[in-house]
Design a protein around this ligand. Structure first.
Ligand SMILES: [Zn+2]
Length: 261
């Protein structure tokens, strides 16, 4: 599950390319994006068709009708997912900290953020009245949470942790263990706000005072420092590096040009 579908849509349009393994998924993001921009379904269908013809090799609009229909139908059911700020309370942090395992704490924190995102930022266009749970829950599976927590995924680790947390009454699992019911959400004073969902676990580590967590001076996202001097995240330092290389090349050219004249 991608939380920030707006960025993903912009990236697809910038690259003019779909992920070969997820063509249908990418196209549905694009369809939702066109609707988000104010186009109606007819115009959106036309834009999706144009995108496919232009960017998918040997695309046949008749034989591959179902691909287009899938994208349009999902845009009818769901809005484009744009993350909102998620508030975590002091009470919630205190409860999480009663678990004597830092990885479990990271997992619980991430689960809470994702559950709140799902509850307060629903992308469904139609609501059914038969809400099965009143509280906060997450139905994307534990694996997805482990990934967003920045923890290494391992089947045994997951099973043991879920079992332990269930016994400690932090959560309930229903429907083939894909839906996790969060039992430790609590009202109260805000402790921190999460607004970047790439690596939610790092917010938690920073909050509890881990000094290896840096905040990028360019894009403000959190990152795990490789050295104490690092001030940019991986993405920004790569861009920065390319820019510096360009400048060095230009300087070298200027110098060379002057010396030969
Ligand atoms: Zn950055």
């Amino acid at each position: 599950m991608v939380l920030d579908e707006l960025s993903l849509a912009e990236q697809i349009l910038k690259n003019q390319k779909l992920d070969d393994d997820h063509e249908g998924y990418d196209l549905s993001i694009l369809a939702k994006y066109y609707i988000y921009q104010g186009n109606d379904y007819k115009k959106t269908t036309k834009l999706i068709e144009e995108f496919c013809i232009k960017n998918i090799k040997y695309f046949n609009i008749i034989t591959r009708r179902s691909l287009i229909d899938y994208a349009i139908n999902s845009a009818k059911k769901y809005k484009l997912g744009i993350p909102i700020d998620i508030i975590i309370t002091h009470q919630e942090i205190s409860i999480i900290q009663t678990v004597p395992n830092i990885d479990y704490q990271r997992f619980l924190f991430t689960l809470l953020v994702m559950g709140k995102q799902q509850k307060y930022n629903s992308t469904k266009t139609k609501f059914k009245n038969s809400a099965k749970f009143i509280g906060i829950y997450y139905n994307g599976g534990a694996k997805e949470i482990i990934k967003h927590a920045g923890l290494r995924y391992n089947e045994n680790f997951k099973n043991k942790m879920m079992n332990d947390l269930y016994k400690l009454e932090f959560l309930d699992m229903v429907m083939g263990k894909e839906t996790i019911v969060i039992k430790f959400a609590s009202e109260g004073h805000p402790a921190l706000v999460v607004n970047n969902f790439d690596n939610i676990g790092l917010y938690y580590l920073k909050y509890i005072g881990n000094n290896k967590i840096g905040e990028c001076q360019n894009c403000h996202s959190l990152f795990m420092k490789r050295s104490n001097r690092q001030i940019l995240c991986k993405e920004c330092s790569e861009i920065n590096e390319k820019e510096s290389a360009k400048i060095r090349a230009a300087e070298h050219y200027e110098k060379h040009k002057n010396s030969t004249v």
